[in-house]
Ligand binder design. Structure first.
Ligand SMILES: Cc1ncc(COP(=O)(O)O)c(C=O)c1O
Length: 397
C-alpha cells in the first residue's frame, strides 16, 4: 500500500486520537534503520519512544519470538508459565525487587503499583489512600494514571477524576511535605521525567523523599516505564540515585517492541497482593515473556546496558560541544540514551521537522525539547551523523 492509501483508510476508520501523524509509514527495519513504504530510509533515534532497545530485527529477539510462535502464544494465568517464572526471576535477581507481576503496558503497570500501595495499607488497617505525584509528570492514560499525571491537558476532559491524587512541583521537598497528609498512601515519581522534556530529578531530592516515606509509612513508587531496562546506562535508573523504591514499574524496553509491563516490589509490599486481589488475561503470557527473556539475553551477550551508558556519555558530550557553538541549543539533559535537547522557543518545531526531512526520527516533547531515545546498539558514527544533521537543521532555522 502507498502512504496515501494508508492515510485514507486510517482517516476514515481509526479514532482520531493521534491527529495528523508524521507523514510516513514503515514496513521493515534493521538495526538502527527503518524503511518506509515509499523507499525512504530513516535512522531511528526515537526507538519507538524508548521501546526498541535492541533496534529493529535483532536476531536474538526475532529468533526467540519465532521459536515461541511455533510452540504456543497464550495459555492464561490459570496455569503455570515457564517464561513468566523465568522473566520474573531475571528481574528479581537483577534489582532490589523480590517479586514481579506482568501486565501489558506502562499505564497498566502504574495502575498495578498504585493498587498495590493501596492494598498494602488496607491490609495493615491504615486509612491511607492518597497518591502524591509531580507536576509535569506522565504516568499513562488510564483514569487513575491520568489522575496521577501532573498535566492539565490530560486531566481536564476526564474530570471528575478518582479522588486522592495531588501533584506538587518537582525537586521541592517542602511542597511535597505540605501536600502529603495522614491519608497519603504513596508517592509516585519518574526518576527522569520523560514526556515533559527529559528532566532528571535531583539526587538530594530523591533521598529526602525516601526519608520522608520511611518516617511516615508512605510507599515510594518509581515509574521506570521509560527510564528502565537499561535506558540510562543502568538496568534501572534508581540504581544511580542512591535510593531504592519500594515498588517500581517497567514496560517499553522490557519487551523490545512486544507489549509487556511489570510491577516490581519488595517482599513486604508484594505480599499485600493475595489470590484474587489483582489479575490480567494477557499479562505475562508466553510470547510477551519470551520477548523479555530475549531482551535480557541480548543485554548480557552484547553488554548493551553498559553500551547505552557509554554511548549516552559520548552523545551528550558531542551535543554539549555543539551547544557551545550554537546559542539556539539551550540545554542538554538526560542520562544514558534518554536525552532531551532544549531548543530556542519558536524554532524547535522547525528543527524537529528538518531532522525528519534529513531522515532522523526524534520526538518533540514539552513544546521545545527534542527527545532522543535510540536503540542501545547505536554506534559513534550514527551519533556523529545525527549531531551534524542537528547542526545543519539549526543553521537552516
Ligand atoms: C514514564 C511513563 N509512564 C507511563 C507511560 C505509559 O505507558 P504506556 O503508553 O505503555 O501505557 C509512559 C509512556 O510514555 C511513560 O513515559
Amino acid at each position: 500500500m502507498t502512504l496515501e492509501e494508508i492515510k485514507k483508510i486510517d482517516s476514515k476508520n481509526y479514532m482520531n486520537t493521534f491527529g495528523a501523524r508524521t507523514g510516513v509509514a514503515f514496513e521493515s527495519g534493521k538495526g538502527l534503520e527503518l524503511y518506509a513504504t515509499d523507499g525512504r530510509v530513516f535512522k531511528d533515534f526515537l526507538g519507538g519512544i524508548a521501546v526498541n532497545a535492541l533496534g529493529h530485527n535483532h536476531p536474538i529477539l526475532t529468533n526467540a519470538l519465532h521459536n515461541q510462535v511455533d510452540k504456543v502464544l497464550h495459555t492464561s494465568n490459570l496455569y503455570y508459565i515457564e517464561n513468566q517464572a523465568r522473566l520474573a526471576e531475571k528481574l528479581v535477581e537483577n534489582t532490589c525487587a523480590d517479586r514481579a507481576f506482568f501486565c501489558s503496558t506502562g499505564a497498566e503497570a502504574n495502575e498495578g503499583a498504585i493498587k498495590l500501595a493501596k492494598i498494602y495499607h488496607y491490609k495493615k488497617g491504615n486509612k491511607k489512600y492518597g497518591v502524591v505525584s509531580l507536576d509535569k509528570s506522565f504516568h499513562g492514560r488510564t483514569i487513575a494514571t491520568v489522575a496521577a499525571t501532573g498535566q492539565e491537558k490530560y486531566q481536564k476532559p476526564y474530570r471528575p477524576l478518582p479522588e486522592g491524587f495531588k501533584q506538587v512541583p518537582a525537586n521541592d521537598i517542602e511542597a511535597l511535605k505540605a501536600a502529603a497528609d495522614e491519608n497519603t498512601a504513596a508517592i509516585l515519581l519518574e526518576p527522569i521525567q520523560g514526556e515533559s522534556g527529559v528532566r532528571p530529578l535531583d539526587k538530594a531530592y530523591l533521598k529526602a523523599v525516601r526519608e520522608y516515606c520511611d518516617e511516615n509509612d508512605i510507599v515510594l513508587i518509581f515509574d521506570e516505564v521509560q527510564t528502565g531496562m537499561g535506558r540510562t546506562g543502568k538496568l534501572f535508573a534508581y540504581m544511580d540515585t542512591g535510593v531504592e523504591p519500594d515498588i517500581f514499574t517497567s514496560a517499553k524496553a522490557l519487551g523490545g517492541g512486544v507489549p509487556i509491563g511489570a510491577v516490581c516490589a519488595k517482599q513486604k509490599f508484594a505480599d499485600a497482593f493475595e489470590p484474587g486481589d489483582h489479575g490480567t488475561t494477557f499479562g505475562g503470557n508466553p510470547l510477551a515473556c519470551a520477548a523479555g527473556l530475549a531482551v535480557f539475553e541480548a543485554f548480557e551477550k552484547e553488554n548493551l546496558v553498559e553500551k547505552a551508558g557509554e554511548m549516552g556519555e559520548y552523545f551528550k558530550d558531542k551535543l554539549n560541544k555543539l551547544k557551545e557553538q550554537n546559542k539556539n541549543i539551550k540545554e542538554v539533559r538526560g542520562k544514558g540514551l534518554l536525552i532531551g535537547i532544549e531548543i530556542e522557543e519558536g524554532i524547535a518545531k522547525d528543527v524537529f521537522n528538518c531532522l525528519f526531512d534529513m531522515g532522523y526520527l526524534t520526538s518533540l516533547c514539552g513544546g521545545t525539547t527534542i527527545r532522543v531515545a535510540p536503540p542501545y546498539i547505536i554506534k559513534k558514527d550514527d551519533i556523529d551523523g545525527f549531531v551534524d544533521a542537528l547542526d545543519k537543521a539549526l543553521e537552516r532555522k
